[in-house]
Design a protein around this ligand. Structure first.
Ligand code: IDC
Length: 351
């Protein structure tokens, strides 16, 4: 069934990644096993869109691949914290993201602390679950972000993480469009501890969604360790012991320059990377935009086929929220004059 709201999204050409030497090995990738196209109970039938184009994703060399074994670069937006900005994630705003913005992927950012999941596990599970259904119905991929921030050690929330992912996996594991991000930004904790957390949580997800792609946060606020004086080598030397894994990298272009960019450049030639959060401004998600710096990252991600979601699809007062304040309460509009400069810039890069 097609979305009743607007015509199907035109098929996007696959990204021109052939030039990237690191992707040459991808030609050898075996196609992923055929997806179970049956939506999980409760999920609406998917509209034409990226999921229809690419099917079940797998990790293929250093990138994501579609069902045909060819590399896929997903581009889209992250929500803001759902405990604050649920009203920015409506049927209308998700329609706009899928159709007008042309997003391939939506990241649902569910904080664990700061008034998030821990305050109402059932309520937040229902909220995320219903938003997964909304995104799925529009034929778009979804990243379920277990948005740990403080404390920085993901092991502090392991029992809750297992409970949450078991429930989400059992409800939506049959969808074929869900990616699981198990720790937003670990910090003040060793890579060995993050890895051990990942190896505890991943089997719980795989019990319900065996072929799913899981995204693992890296040390130093998902900077591959750079912000804590390390680098990607600790991950390269000691990868998570599981299949279908990608590692996350976050950057804020006005704060993070060459050291971050080089780490992403080196890492993405060796391990599968997914940039699940970035901003064109400072690491506060606020302040002046540095579009020149941001474009260098966009170019690198394009060259290497690194998928990304930008922070964030809300009307928060900060410069990194794509909409002007008040847009969400007014029910849009979800483009045009209601966009801040960062929103206009990123919308052009998703399209
Ligand atoms: C920021 C939000 C802000 C909130 C703060 C604390 O924009 O409203 O008060 O978190 O939770 C991250 C985090 C992300 C941050 C974002 C911008 O993953 O939660 O959002 N950021 O500071 N890492 C680097 C930057």
């Amino acid at each position: 069934m097609r979305s009743p709201f607007s015509p199907p999204t035109p098929h996007r050409p696959l990204p021109a990644v052939a030039a990237a030497a690191s992707l040459a090995a991808l030609a050898a990738c075996a196609p992923a096993p055929a997806a179970d196209a049956t939506p999980a109970s409760g999920s609406a039938p998917a509209a034409a869109g990226p999921v229809d184009d690419y099917g079940a994703l797998s990790v293929c060399g250093t990138t994501l691949c579609g069902e045909d074994g060819r590399p896929v670069q997903l581009k889209g937006m992250s929500s803001h914290g759902l405990q604050w900005f649920e009203h920015c994630m409506t049927g209308g705003s998700i329609d706009a993201l899928a159709q007008d913005w042309g997003a391939d992927v939506v990241r649902l950012s569910m904080y664990v602390q700061e008034g998030g999941y821990e305050t109402d596990p059932e309520g937040f599970t229902e909220l995320v679950s219903s938003l997964i259904d909304e995104v799925t119905a529009r034929g778009v991929y979804v990243v379920v972000d277990w948005h740990t921030l403080n404390p920085g050690d993901p092991n502090a929330n392991t029992p809750a993480a297992k409970e949450f992912f078991a429930e989400i996996g059992s409800r939506h594991g049959g969808n074929g469009n869900v990616l699981y991000e198990i720790a937003n930004e670990p910090h003040g904790v060793s890579w060995a501890s993050i890895k051990s957390y990942a190896e505890e949580v991943i089997p719980v997800i795989r019990e319900h969604d065996p072929d799913s792609v899981v995204l693992v946060g890296t040390r130093g606020w998902s900077s591959l360790g750079v912000s804590e004086g390390s680098d990607e080598q600790e991950v390269v030397d000691d990868p998570v012991d599981a299949e279908q894994i990608m590692y996350t990298f976050h950057f804020y272009a006005a704060s993070h320059h060459d050291a971050y960019l080089s780490a992403l450049d080196r890492a993405s030639q060796q391990i599968p990377m997914f940039v699940t959060e970035f901003g064109t401004q400072e690491y506060t998600g606020d302040g002046p935009n540095d579009f020149e710096s941001a474009q260098r990252y966009i170019d690198l991600m394009e060259e290497r086929g690194i998928s990304w979601t930008n922070w964030n699809y809300s009307d928060d007062h900060r410069s990194g929220a794509v909409f002007e304040e008040g847009t969400c309460d007014a029910g849009g509009p979800w483009s045009g004059d209601s966009l801040k400069p960062a929103g206009q810039w990123i919308k052009e890069r998703i399209a």
